[in-house]
Design a protein around this ligand. Structure first.
Ligand code: NI
Length: 174
């Protein structure tokens, strides 16, 4: 297992549409392990492969609280089969948009079809945090960030701050 650097916005790779995983081989196994290690170290509760620069439809999630044992989940090629009309609002953050948080409204319930780590087809009805987290991570697979759900003014403010912070970090390390 290895820690890999997480890509932060603004970065054109975060806007890519990721491609389906078609081979469940050792390479995918290693990528999954690295994604968990990187997510736990960050720390974060969800990570999509594109956040490590790999445009594959693969994401990992662990919603266990600090006092609970780890609950790692892997979702490969996830698809939304159904979303509820009822919406839920959660304050979201993203490892690719560090230090920024905002309320985002999404369907409260979703039915998702995906393949698990072994490649088996699964279907699951989700609500609460898991529904929100999955929708946030699935957005990444289509090049969408949580800030894209905000008003233009809020989004521009966050992205301007991100670009400035990046420039400053680049200048100090040069
Ligand atoms: Ni994210």
């Amino acid at each position: 297992m290895a820690l890999r650097p997480i890509i932060t916005a603004p970065d054109p790779r975060l806007k890519l549409k990721s491609a389906a995983v078609d081979r469940f081989d050792g390479e995918i196994e290693r990528l999954i392990d690295d994604m968990f290690e990187t997510m736990y170290a960050a720390p974060g509760i969800g990570l999509a492969a594109i956040q490590l620069g790999i445009p594959k439809r693969l994401l990992v999630v662990d919603l266990a609280r600090q006092d609970e044992p780890p609950a790692p989940r892997v979702f490969i090629n996830p698809e939304r089969l159904w979303v509820s009309d009822t919406l839920a609002t959660y304050e979201e953050g993203c490892l690719s948009v560090p230090d920024h948080y905002a309320d985002v409204q999404r369907p409260a319930q979703v039915v998702v079809r995906y393949r698990d780590r072994a490649g088996s087809a699964c279907e699951e009805t989700m609500d609460g945090m898991l529904a929100t987290c999955l929708q946030h991570e699935m957005d990444h697979l289509d090049g969408v960030l949580f800030v894209d759900h905000l008003s233009l003014a809020k989004r521009s403010l966050i992205l301007r701050k991100m670009a400035k912070a990046k420039k400053l970090a680049g200048a100090s390390s040069a």
